[in-house]
Write a protein that binds this ligand. Structure first.
Ligand code: ATP
Ligand code: MG
Length: 565
């Protein structure tokens, strides 16, 4: 255990593992797994599970497997398998040679099903799916026995074999465990173990036309792989007695299951079904839309693996369902990028500034600091000239109190450059909009300080008009308007809470020339604007595109908000 461990890094899961290590229950082994179903892309909730499982293996010098729970051929695809592998690697984890698929175990599972039939513990049932559900009863009323419950072992073996051989249509029969139709736990009321599905599987093709249910697969897969601690989310707590029953009846190696609370984030939906709907219905541009909570979406947004791992460490692991503020995730990426992202100047909504006393046609190179948090990042040169762009928001003709940026007659500092004073405002004669500012500069203030000691209250960023590059900038906001997207009036759906303004595209932004070489996926702090990432897919040398990863904390916005209240 590291000596600097914070309280958040010890949790109930570790306590259980420590006890098992002390008692020798698993011979000193710690072996976990991350078991995604390849029916969608991984999201930030999965990251919590990945960090937990791989993190525990790392901490205890154990192992962690990657296992695809691929028991449903109709929803699973290779595209998802490949994307999941890429995302787990990107997060920084390695399953080495331990990549498994539940479908690798289909023959073993089939043999175990036969074993249970022979032991009188499973039977072929001819009820249709909804009849099975109907017979199951409710939390208040016991279930009713299937009329097929007492078939002979011979008849069951024969029917199950014929199910496998494809003699019966989909849904006509199932194999069920013979447990207890009066159990207070609905999962124990003769659950279905196998269903008939004449569907091609992404790995086994048409070899099988019966498929094991998740509940008949999961625990045994853990057992086959020698998992010691099978960590899953809370909704599986009342499936545990069923997993235990299968393992005990089969008399095979028995891992320990531990349940923890899943991650829920404000302003996000996390169910793969809903995420798939958002993609299919075109509310987002794809699984990797930077507004999605998917790992590929967060990556495209500019999130770093470090920031996600750190977020997962911060939220910890508990037994109680709760809602985590999205701001915490954002804060994590801000904190990391603050340390590592180079600073550059970019003007998102340009306003032209002409410096009337700057020598016509001249320009010069000024030194700018790459990262004040990291002296080793050094400096770079940015070109300055008599025609610049500044941010529209940095000028107000009639400034309220505490607005310290540019306004008529006022002097401000241009970052790394000179003091300038606004002398005139040029307006569009038709609309009255400000289209250009006239300024003078003080050559003695080069570098940003006045030899006479006079002070200015504001420092603003800028780019040289002629030297800067055009860029498209995509500003992202929450995909949903409500912290809980499922908070809808009767008959409504989470879609009603979609934020119509979650994406704003700025097409005439200007960035400093050093960004000509911005590698797709590279991350920057645009000074005073936020953290941005060159879009890994759309950004090219001749057409720069930047995604806003996160805003900086904006004190003026806060003040303005307060004043409006
Ligand atoms: P969904 O219900 O949206 O389909 P799932 O839980 O079925 O998601 P899986 O692919 O089965 O998705 O999940 C793989 C692993 O990730 C499981 O062990 C699951 O417990 C864990 N997991 C999924 N969602 C979350 C979450 N929001 N927080 C923590 N762990 C999660
Ligand atoms: Mg699942």
């Amino acid at each position: 255990m590291s000596q600097t461990e914070s309280p958040a890094s010890t949790n109930f899961v570790k306590e259980i593992i420590n006890k098992d290590l002390a008692s020798g229950r698993f011979d000193d082994r710690v072996h976990t797994r991350f078991p995604p179903e390849p029916n969608g892309y991984l999201h930030i909730g999965h990251a919590k599970s990945i960090c937990l499982n791989f993190g525990l293996a790392e901490k205890y010098g154990g192992l962690c497997n990657l296992r695809f729970d691929d028991t449903n051929p109709t929803k699973e695809e290779d595209e998802y398998v490949e994307a999941i592998k890429e995302d787990v690697r990107w997060l920084g984890f390695d399953w080495e040679d331990r990549l498994y698929y539940a479908s690798d175990f289909f023959q073993q599972l089939y043999d175990w099903a036969v074993q249970l039939i022979k032991a009188g513990k499973a039977y072929v049932c001819d009820l249709a799916f909804d009849q099975v559900r109907d017979h199951r009863g409710t939390l208040k009323t016991p279930g009713r026995d299937s009329p097929y419950r007492n078939r002979s072992v011979e008849e069951n073996l024969d029917l199950f074999e014929r199910m496998r051989e494809g003699e019966f249509p989909d849904g006509s029969r199932t194999l069920r465990a013979k447990i207890d139709m009066a159990s207070p736990n609905l999962n124990m009321r003769d659950p279905v173990m196998y269903r008939i599905l004449h569907a091609s599987h992404h790995r086994t093709g048409d070899k099988w036309c019966i498929y094991p249910m998740y509940d008949f697969t999961h625990g045994q897969s853990d057992s086959i792989e020698g998992i010691t601690h099978s960590i899953c989310t809370l909704e599986f707590e009342n499936h545990r007695p069923l997993y235990d029953w299968f393992l005990d009846e089969l008399n095979i190696y028995h891992p320990r299951q531990i349940e923890f609370a899943r991650l829920n984030l404000t302003y996000m939906v996390m169910s793969k079904r809903k995420l798939l709907e958002l993609v299919r219905e075109g509310h987002v541009s794809g699984w990797d839309d930077p507004r999605m909570p998917t790992l590929c979406g967060l990556r495209r947004r500019g999130y770093t693996p470090e920031s996600i791992r750190n977020f997962c460490k911060t939220i910890g692991v508990t037994k109680y369902n709760s809602l985590t503020d999205f701001a915490l995730l954002e804060n994590s990426v801000r904190e990391h990028l603050n340390r590592v992202a180079p600073r550059v100047m970019a003007v998102l909504r340009p306003l032209k500034v002409v410096i009337e006393n700057y020598p016509a046609g001249q320009s010069e190179q000024l030194d700018a600091v790459n990262n004040p948090e990291d002296p080793s990042a050094g400096t770079r040169q940015v070109p300055f000239s008599g025609e610049l762009y500044i941010e529209r928001d940095d000028f107000l003709e009639d400034p309220p109190k505490k607005f310290f940026r540019l306004s008529p007659g006022r002097e401000v500092r241009l970052r790394y450059a000179y003091f300038v004073t606004c002398t005139d405002v040029v307006k569009d004669p038709k609309t009255g909009d400000v289209i250009e500012l006239r300024c003078t500069y003080d050559p003695a203030t080069k570098g940003g300080n006045a030899p006479d000691g006079r002070k200015v209250k504001g420092t603003i960023h800028w780019v040289s008009a002629a030297h800067s590059l055009a860029a498209e900038v995509r500003l992202y906001d929450h995909l949903f308007l409500k912290a809980d997207p499922d908070d809808v009036s009767e008959g409504g759906t989470y879609r009603d809470n979609l934020n119509p303004n979650s994406l704003e595209v700025l097409t005439d932004s200007r960035v400093e020339p050093s960004l000509a070489a911005a590698e797709p996926g590279s991350r920057y702090q645009f000074e005073r604007c936020g953290y941005f990432c060159a879009d890994p897919i759309d950004s090219r040398r001749d057409r720069l595109v930047f995604n806003r990863t996160a805003t900086l904390r904006d004190t003026w916005a806060k003040i303005a908000k307060k004043q409006n209240q």
